[in-house]
Write a protein that binds this ligand. Structure first.
Ligand code: CIZ
Ligand code: SF4
Length: 301
């Protein structure tokens, strides 16, 4: 039997759904029931009535899906697919910053561990960070883990004071402005669409700054025919499928997130068949962390 047919049969038998991030390999996106960015996937995880969620993505995404659906079984194709940025934040730093400011909100990017979410006031994703931070009543914002997204939000919400944690995405943080300029010179008609996990020097060159789903929407609606894409290479699958008449160029030499690429179709089949790599979150941590996620879902409306 072909692997695609095996997966289809297992999904039916087990009442399972496959949720995939835009950064996983093309063939996994092709056979997923829903493909999205972390915000879209979190919302989908709540809506589904499937009994098993196969989360084709990295650790923090599976954790969030589990915390929002404690009664469902959440399994991961590769248990070692982990976002390094999520591990660049710690509870001690948050507590220290909290002790220094009276009117502080701790805002954590969803790319974070459950333990960090549990001591934060609200979660955000790159699709909703600006909107949510604007709505917070607090004057001081401690943004964690991503310094680049935090800096970008601070430029959009200038009336608040930001303290930035020192984390970053190894993929987006290394996009080189000199390389982007070379691609721009080679394709002068192309618009440059960049993810806010890139450094400010890169965002300064962009025609549009937005989340992965923001970039996909923008490219679809724009009249332009060529685009330089400043985010992980997995988005090319969705961009090219939706826009066969448009051309997309990467803004970096190596556009791939190693951890997202660990999620293969074989591993999707294996974890579904064997129900392995189930996600567990300590209930005491989960009960606090889920408040930050639920507050995000509420404030993003
Ligand atoms: O870099 C990531 O992991 C992103 C952009 C996640 C997401 O979908 O927000
Ligand atoms: Fe983490 Fe960056 Fe990979 Fe996203 S692209 S999962 S932020 S390492």
């Amino acid at each position: 039997m072909y692997i695609e047919d095996e997966i289809a049969a297992l999904k039916k038998e087990k009442q399972a759904i496959i949720l995939a991030h835009y950064y996983v390999p093309d063939e996994v996106q092709e056979y997923a029931d829903f493909v999205g960015d972390s915000f879209g996937l979190a919302k989908k995880a709540i809506e589904t009535d499937a009994k098993i969620i196969v989360f084709a993505g990295v650790d923090f995404m599976g954790e969030s899906a589990k915390m929002l659906n404690p009664e469902k079984k959440v399994i991961m194709p590769d248990a070692t697919a982990s976002c390094p940025m999520a591990h660049m934040a710690d509870v001690e730093t948050i507590e220290k910053v909290r002790s220094q400011y009276d009117d502080l909100a701790v805002v954590c990017y969803v790319n974070s561990t459950a333990a960090v979410k549990a001591v934060s006031d609200v979660c955000v994703t790159s699709s909703n960070a600006v909107k949510i931070v604007r709505k917070l009543p607090n004057k001081h914002i401690f943004f964690t883990p991503d310094k680049n997204l935090g800096h970008y939000v601070s430029t959009q919400v200038p009336d608040k004071h930001f303290i930035l944690n020192n984390g970053f995405c190894p993929r987006h943080d290394t996009v080189d402005p000199a390389y982007v300029k070379k691609v721009q010179a080679a394709h002068p008609q192309a618009l440059f669409l960049a993810h806010p996990e890139c450094r400010k020097e890169v965002l300064a060159l962009a025609d549009y700054v937005g989340s992965t789903s923001g970039i996909i929407d923008y490219a679809g609606k724009s009249d332009a025919k060529e685009f330089i894409i400043g985010t992980e290479g997995g988005v090319f699958y969705e961009l090219e499928t939706r826009n066969p008449d448009k051309t997309f160029y990467p803004a970096m030499e190596d556009a791939y997130c190693i951890n997202m690429k660990k999620v293969t179709l074989e591993k999707v089949r294996d974890c579904l068949r064997d129900e392995t790599n189930e996600v567990h979150v300590d209930p005491a941590v989960a009960s606090k962390a889920v408040r930050s996620l639920e507050r995000m879902l509420e404030l993003a409306k």
